[in-house]
Design a protein around this ligand. Sequence first.
Ligand code: CO
Ligand code: CO
Ligand code: CO
Length: 320
Amino acid sequence: MDLPVDDRLLVGIDGADDAGVFRLDKSRALVQTVDFFTPMVDDPYIFGQVAAANALSDVYAMGGVPLTAMNLVAFPITRLDPGILREILKGGLDKVREAGAVLAGGHSIDDPEIKYGLAVTGEVHPEAFWTNRGARPGDLLLLTKPLGNGILATALKAGFATEEEISPALDWMVRLNRLPPEEDAAAGGWRRAVHACTDVTGFGLIGHLREMIADERVGALVELHRVPLLERAEELCSLGMFPAGGHRNRDHFGRFLLGEDLADPLLRDILFDPQTSGGLLLAVAPDEVDTVILAFNRAGCGSWPIGRFSERDPGRIMLV
Ligand code: CO
Ligand code: CO
Ligand code: CO
């Protein structure tokens, strides 16, 4: 495709990054992203929260702060109770508010299938945003939410689990990937320790980790026993509740794995599980990793070191 060229566009559509970044002036750049999907839960309020947390996450993944959000709505307006739509929008709005952003508008269409999401605009310093590339040898790999929500959603659909039973997973899905404040004295300056960042969504941990090393300058190593898993994810995966998207991810990204024959096949599969509103994946300078973990923990977020980057096997992911 022949795209218009503009040097203010700092991150565009090549590189498969989480959001676009456009420089306004020396100290400000816009971060723009859009995301929407069909419900994975029956509860409309929870669905609205998940969709909004997921859309906002792409701004956080660039190191940005969300400013405005616009609703994107497809809803069978003549067939379903408009109260359902109100609950979805309420869920979305509550998350936009929690993010400190404002709702600036939106657009809705009559559609046989419910879809909801947001277009989000944020702000970042034009020299201090993160991309999914840039991990350096020796960097540690941090993940901020446990894996397996695709498996749990599949089990819910198949009647193998109730919404009640998967509520710990839903709690994580509605959680914002909000970044810790920089002015926190105990953990200040943590931002410069982050060399690359993305969030775990449809391509699963392996797919998004592969994007981080796709320029084949570094390789990654994942310590399977350190990867945090949602309660029941392993058990339900062993019962065959592995989503179609997970199979596609394994077919597509499996060739980038090393050491997989020695890995527990169940744990390996969960690394391919497509996540909705998954956690951030960060490449962090090793000598400052404690500061970053402290910053995330003080802000009430999870942060698990699950591996590291190295010069070995560039572009590949070693499982140990
Ligand atoms: Co993303
Ligand atoms: Co996205
Ligand atoms: Co309109």
